[in-house]
Design a protein around this ligand. Structure first.
Ligand SMILES: C[S@@+](CC[C@H](N)C(=O)[O-])C[C@H]1O[C@@H](n2cnc3c(N)ncnc32)[C@H](O)[C@@H]1O
Length: 241
């Protein structure tokens, strides 16, 4: 591993305490989460799985929208700790179940969830195909997998100049938004994060058409992609089983 890049889990451990004051302050991020909730078509009593839930921003938006139950998993104990404090504070212990679990190790029952959602989490998974297959397996017939991600392919050699320019074009927009909405702390965090995208270390983004293909190959019948208005480099994919 490149010495300037810390292990991914260690990196999230450090970020956890700052998360809500950094990415959590960026309006673009909330627009992405709101679009995921809207496109999910959530209904009363739905069972939802939030993969890579972080501090729970998406799970809480689902619960705000409908009387549902949420299973929220994350590979970072520190992120979950912060989410669990919020759950207690909002008296939601009966509605949300949190588990320390990686996307790669999910062992849910077949057809357990009406909606499986993940926002800016699954690009951290290097080997995506088995994870998407498992998501298909755990989704009810007629249920949906809703993915909120940046639409950028960062695969390839770190020193490929074309790839570098593509990533920098995306990162500069994100840095500007972080500075505008979250100030210096958010900018510094996103700037630090940018190196991981460039060096292909813990950040493995692919384009939305690649995500859609993985979903169709896993068996999902239909895939639809919607851009986040005003921030079109972020998109929401809905895959229906
Ligand atoms: C950028 S945060 C997104 C959090 C939340 N979904 C949101 O939209 O605010 C990415 C989260 O994914 C988690 N994560 C990274 N790799 C993961 C993996 N392989 N399995 C589960 N969670 C993972 C991190 O710990 C972190 O909480």
């Amino acid at each position: 591993m490149n010495p300037i890049i810390k292990d991914n889990r260690e990196w999230f451990q450090e970020w956890a305490n700052e998360y809500d004051n950094t990415l959590g302050k960026v309006k673009r991020h909330h627009k992405l989460l709101d679009l995921v909730v809207k496109e999910s078509g959530i209904k009363r009593n739905d069972r939802i799985l939030d993969i890579g839930c972080g501090t729970g921003l998406l799970s809480l938006k689902f619960l705000n929208k409908a009387d549902c139950s949420v299973t929220a998993i994350d590979s970072s104990a520190q992120m979950l700790e912060i989410f669990q404090e919020k759950i207690k504070k909002c008296n939601l212990t009966g509605k949300i179940h949190c588990a320390l679990m990686s996307a790669e190790d999910m062992n849910f029952k077949p057809q357990q969830f009406d909606i499986i959602a993940a926002t800016v989490a699954l690009h951290h998974v290097k080997c995506k195909e088995p994870v998407i297959k498992n998501i298909y397996y755990c989704t009810k017939d007629g249920g949906r997998f809703v993915l909120g991600e940046m639409d950028i392919d960062t695969t390839g050699k770190p020193d490929d100049p074309k790839r570098l320019l593509r990533i920098l074009n995306y990162l500069t927009r994100e840095y500007a938004l972080a500075m505008e909405d979250g100030g210096v702390q958010a900018f510094e965090r996103m700037y630090d994060n940018g190196k991981k995208h460039i060096l292909n270390d813990g950040e493995y983004c692919i384009g939305m058409s690649q995500w859609a293909k993985l979903c169709r190959d896993a068996g999902f019948k239909k895939t639809e992609v919607s851009p986040v208005k005003g921030f079109e480099w972020f998109k929401v994919l809905v895959a229906t089983k």
